[in-house]
Design a binder for this molecule. Structure first.
Ligand code: NAG
Ligand code: NAG
Ligand code: NAG
Ligand code: NAG
Length: 565
């Protein structure tokens, strides 16, 4: 009783006025409805407590249609009322704890001709000493249901309550105990931005023009520092076998340390080798990734390194887990005194904690689109790498299509993307092999067959997966090369208006090809190769339907006025 009284006093807007016996408070019905409407706007954690009793109508279930025998339904006309037999809800009252409350009374006048509805708005006086004149403390009016973290409100909740660990303690407490020992806390266990990438003997070199345009091998590659360099190396056919810096081995012979000072090593693998002929023609060696040493072949020295592109894969813990190198090898002839070499290093983070779903059930914007293959008689097979299921070509710094092999970025739901590279076409290029190389470049190693319609589609439910439709637009001619891949993802909003879920309904992959015109000898041409992803919302506009059965009643009675209940 005492507790209830104290809480009750807290709720008085004006204790002095509250003590006066008052039957007419013109502004009091306004205030609570306003504060609660505001609370509803802010919190959205419960049903809107409507206190304009004339507008409150729990039997109004059909949108824009008259509910039979619902005398408070604003959609009903006089003609409808004349057909009613009774009023389902004869009286609608406001908060029973208010000292003065409005009540809307509905009845049918069956004696009238035609029978009509009678509406009265009356004031009820609450005789209780603990009645509320007006409330200004909206939190006291109901138990607030705790907010359940969802993908939508997670960031906001994290900002409000959490550090990365959702610790309930003040931030100063969560200082890592071994971080307090600075001697072993720094850079030994992980690579940090800019720290030279260590190898067994020294560090990974990215030759660069340091003081002149000549290559200097003293430039260490820094962790996460994307770089592209070009420099000049002197070489002649006679000594080409003795110049280490033009052999593939020089760039991959020493393993990288997974983390600084570690004994764990990561070998540098050869990812691709492109051979450039004297006239500039590039050929991708698809089968063998073996080391090729510079050697004299007739008048020429072949297998001379013209370019190296390193791809480093690392984890969010600053550990290198994979290192690969793509090479461009070329030939030098008797006249050659020097060659220009180009170097590049790029970094890709792997997702070490793969999240199985991209939304539950609908897709969440920014998460990877899930895709896979369907072998005969089995469910969908997905790559375990969530970010490798549906990908497009990744633009690289040097933009050369033939060295950009295998660099791909994931398609993220709701993000329209475009990427591309440039292809240098020379007279010597052959149509068929080039077309295949470009198709592989656009589609990746294996283009998926199915896309999950929901963020949580199960692999065994094949009907929850949408087959990718392949379309082609091409010119009529004998030699066609693919130059663009456009992926269009059509999606709709699915489910209730309150919490619509994104669902993919159709995916098309359109390949555009163009005619490879024969170039005159010695001429070359650069054409852009592009890939893109477009997300299109094809939802039809919402249609009126049945409202959910109002839960407002049950909720209000359960806890709405809990201090007094
Ligand atoms: C790492 O710690 C050593 C000794 O505690 C210190 O001399 C060095 O500067 C630190 N390095 C970095 C990158 O913080
Ligand atoms: C790698 O090659 C360079 C140059 O040939 C040489 O100096 C270095 O010792 C080699 N490293 C290893 C680990 O073999
Ligand atoms: C790395 O290369 C060395 C020498 O070539 C080889 O013995 C070792 O097995 C390789 N390690 C891995 C993980 O492939
Ligand atoms: C997707 O749309 C394309 C073009 O409108 C159509 O040809 C294809 O059949 C559709 N695919 C599915 C699975 O409905």
């Amino acid at each position: 009783m005492v507790a209830a009284l104290r809480l009750g006093l807290l709720l008085f807007l004006s204790p002095l006025r509250a003590a006066e016996p008052s039957t007419d408070l013109p502004s009091s019905p306004e205030t609570p409805s306003k504060t609660r409407a505001a609370a509803w706007e802010r919190g959205r954690s419960g049903p809107a407590p409507l206190t304009d009793v004339a507008k409150l109508c729990v039997c109004d279930l059909l949108v824009a249609q008259c509910d039979v025998n619902c005398c408070c339904d604003p959609d009903c006309s006089e003609a409808d009322f004349s057909l009613f037999t009774t009023c389902l809800v004869p009286i609608v009252t406001g908060d029973s704890h208010l000292c003065s409350q409005k009540a809307a009374i509905y009845s049918l006048d069956t004696k009238a001709n035609p029978p009509g509805r009678v509406f009265k708005l009356v004031d009820h006086i609450n005789p209780s000493v603990f009645c509320i004149h007006a409330t200004n403390y909206e939190q006291a009016l109901s138990f607030r249901s705790p907010e359940i973290p969802t993908a939508e409100n997670f960031d906001q909740l994290l900002k409000k309550y959490g550090s990365a660990t959702f610790s309930a303690e003040p931030e100063s407490w969560s200082v890592n105990s071994d971080a307090s020992d600075p001697s072993d806390a720094n850079e030994s266990y992980r690579y940090e931005y800019g720290v030279p990438i260590q190898t067994v003997d020294a560090f990974l070199r990215l030759p660069s023009p340091v003081v002149s345009s000549w290559c200097s091998d003293a430039n260490p590659a820094g962790f996460l520092v994307h770089q592209a360099t070009k420099c000049i190396r002197s070489i002649s056919v006679e000594n080409c076998g003795n110049v280490q810096a033009v052999s593939m081995l020089f760039y991959i012979n020493s393993s990288i340390l997974a983390v600084p000072k570690s004994s764990q090593m990561v070998n540098i693998t050869v990812r691709s080798v492109v051979v450039q002929s004297l006239n500039g023609r590039h050929t991708l060696l698809s089968t063998s990734h073996d080391l090729r040493n510079p050697m004299i072949s007739g008048e020429l020295c072949i297998n001379v390194v013209h370019g190296v592109s390193y791809h480093i894969t690392y984890t969010d813990a600053g550990e290198i887990i994979e290192a690969a190198a793509s090479f461009v090898l070329g030939a030098v002839n008797k006249e050659t005194l020097s060659i220009q070499q180009s170097f590049e290093i790029s970094f890709t983070q792997v997702n070490t904690n793969p999240v199985p779903f991209s939304g539950n059930p609908g897709y969440v914007v920014g998460l990877a689109v899930r895709a896979g293959f369907k072998p005969q008689g089995s469910g969908i097979i997905q790559s375990t790498n969530k970010y490798g299921q549906l990908t497009i070509l990744q633009s690289t710094a040097n933009q050369d299509c033939l060295t950009a092999q295998e660099a791909r970025i994931p398609v993220l739901f709701g993000y329209n993307m475009i990427s591309g590279c440039k292809l240098r076409i020379t007279a010597a290029m052959n149509c068929q092999p080039l077309a295949q190389v470009l198709l592989d470049l656009l589609m990746g190693q294996r283009f998926p067959e199915y896309v999950a319609s929901f963020g949580n589609s199960q692999a065994q439910n094949v009907l929850d997966w949408v087959p990718i439709t392949h379309l082609h637009t091409s010119e009529q001619s004998s030699c066609q090369i693919p130059v663009a891949l456009e992926i269009e993802v059509k999606w709709t909003k699915y489910g209730s208006l309150v919490n619509p879920q994104a669902r993919i309904v159709n995916v098309t992959a359109t390949t555009t090809t163009t005619t490879l015109k024969k170039l005159p000898q010695g001429r070359e041409r650069t054409i852009p190769i592009t890939s893109s992803v477009v997300f299109t919302d094809v939802s039809s506009p919402a249609e009126p339907g049945y409202k959910a059965w109002p839960t407002i009643n049950a909720k209000l009675q359960h806890d709405f006025f809990f201090p007094f209940a």
